[in-house]
Design a protein around this ligand. Structure first.
Ligand SMILES: NC(=O)c1ccc[n+]([C@@H]2O[C@H](COP(=O)([O-])OP(=O)(O)OC[C@H]3O[C@@H](n4cnc5c(N)ncnc54)[C@H](OP(=O)(O)O)[C@@H]3O)[C@@H](O)[C@H]2O)c1
Length: 283
């Protein structure tokens, strides 16, 4: 049985990868910080799909947590056939407003952590002559919208370069670029998605199904759904200034929506968190 290690497997996109891979009979090593949620997720997957699921609680932004996952990936006696670098979050605010520490942690979760884990696992995969590495990037990689876009663009570039270098060695590296997907992402980032048109929302099951198809085929970049592939082409052609203006307009429309909604809410309704902003970057 092949074994996959998925970071951030207790929620959203990572949890759906865990379900679909378990349904195919893949054993799993799942990583997240919340140990009790991780144990519950592991038990549920094991019960439902009759596969082996190892829970590896770790904060990838701590040196001990990263070392624990790295160590597991380097263990040749229990080889990992598929690594999915999925754990991640968005940073809210532009680069002059955020703190240096927040930016460096955000850069680490999207760049240096997946770089280290991929480098470790790729060494074993190349020696064994097979394996797959996945970077969960975003369509934001094709937009000039802040340091989240910049970090996600690194994942696409890394996958394209390393995938080419790995050709003929039985190993592939794929960047998956989802658009808006309903997970815990936007809530954790404390941004409103109120004005996001419904046609832009992806179904997480369909997203992962399409992603796995591209990963199985060893593609460098997978942009799930035709509508997002078209959008990605357009995004690369629209001038940066126009994109920025569109983003600002969407943000103020959402702000207006939020204001109207809170004005009409009953007095007993909890107020929306003060930090929620009408920011319309794709996740
Ligand atoms: N949702 C979207 O619209 C969207 C679109 C494009 C790309 N993406 C990308 O997709 C990936 C998954 O996002 P999602 O939407 O599924 O987010 P999510 O629902 O918030 O899930 C995030 C997962 O990552 C784990 N995690 C977060 N920080 C971690 C850390 N320091 N160490 C270990 N685990 C950590 C979380 O568990 P714990 O909190 O217990 O650690 C959770 O399991 C991210 O890389 C995101 O950038 C999302």
């Amino acid at each position: 049985m092949p074994t996959a290690l998925i970071t951030g497997a207790t929620a959203g996109i990572g949890a759906e990868f865990a379900r679909q891979l378990a349904a195919r009979g893949t054993d799993l090593v799942i990583v997240a910080r919340d140990a009790s949620r991780l144990a519950t997720t592991a038990a549920a997957l094991q019960d439902k799909f009759d596969v082996r699921v190892e829970a590896l609680p770790a904060d990838l932004l701590s040196s001990e947590g990263l070392a624990a996952v790295d160590h597991r990936l380097a263990d040749d006696r229990r080889p990992i056939d598929l690594l999915i670098n999925n754990a991640g979050y968005g940073i809210n605010g532009d680069v002059v407003a955020t703190t240096r520490d927040d930016e460096l942690r955000h850069l680490a979760i999207h760049v240096t952590v997946p770089l280290q884990l991929s480098q470790t696992v790729l060494r074993g995969m190349v020696a064994r002559g097979h394996g797959r590495v996945v970077m969960i990037s975003s369509v934001a990689a094709f937009t000039p919208l802040g340091t989240y876009s910049a970090a996600k663009a690194w994942g696409v570039s890394f996958a394209r370069g390393v995938n080419s270098a790995m050709r003929g060695r039985g190993v592939s590296v794929t960047a998956v670029c989802p658009g808006f997907t309903r997970t815990e992402f936007h809530e954790r980032m404390r941004v409103s998605t109120r004005g996001t048109p419904s046609f832009l929302w992806l179904d997480v099951r369909q997203l992962v199904r399409l992603a796995l198809r591209g990963i199985d085929r060893g593609h460098s970049v997978v942009i799930p759904t035709v509508r997002y592939r078209v959008l990605a082409v357009l995004l690369r052609r629209i001038p940066d200034r126009m994109l920025a203006r569109f983003s600002l307009a969407a943000a103020s429309a959402a702000d207006a929506g939020d204001t109207a909604a809170s004005a009409s809410a009953p007095a007993s309704s909890p107020a929306p968190p003060a930090a929620i902003q009408g920011d319309h970057r794709p996740g």
